[in-house]
Design a protein. Structure first.
Length: 138
């Protein structure tokens, strides 16, 4: 039984095959992702420049604190479980150690200052959410 390979036949054949008809592919919209600049009640998070501005003053945040804040502010009023935060921000599955997240949240609250710290609300037994309505006027 002879095995035929169409691709090799096309390459090594003496005849010219008809060229395939190429159709234009419609442009796909960019995948939804985090917005580059999020402005929420005096808190500006710029993901492209990796800057955070609180009431006109720029904050310097370590990588994970910035990612955590950008994730929370980018999804306001949504409750994020500790497991979701570990997977989306840290990029690894939850190992059951919730102190890591609690420590980073505490540091973020301290750095955001008294007017914005309540905006990161703890949802007991579940996780955290960012609620811009809880920002107090300075």
């Amino acid at each position: 039984m002879a095995v035929r390979y169409r691709r090799l036949d096309a390459i090594f054949s003496d005849h010219i095959a008809a060229a395939p008809v190429l159709r234009p592919v419609p442009a796909t919209p960019p995948a939804p992702g985090p917005r580059p600049v999020i402005d929420s009640a005096g808190l500006v998070v710029d993901s492209e420049q990796r800057t955070v501005i609180v009431d006109g003053q720029q904050l310097t945040l370590p990588y994970l604190e910035f990612e955590l804040l950008a994730h929370l502010v980018g999804n306001p009023l949504r409750v994020h479980s500790r497991r979701q935060l570990m997977e989306s921000v840290w990029g690894r599955p939850d190992t059951g150690d919730t102190r890591t997240i609690a420590t980073h949240i505490a540091r973020l609250r301290r750095k955001l200052g008294p007017g914005h710290r309540e905006a990161i609300a703890t949802v007991r037994q579940i996780g955290y959410k960012y609620d811009p309505r809880l920002v107090r006027a300075a």
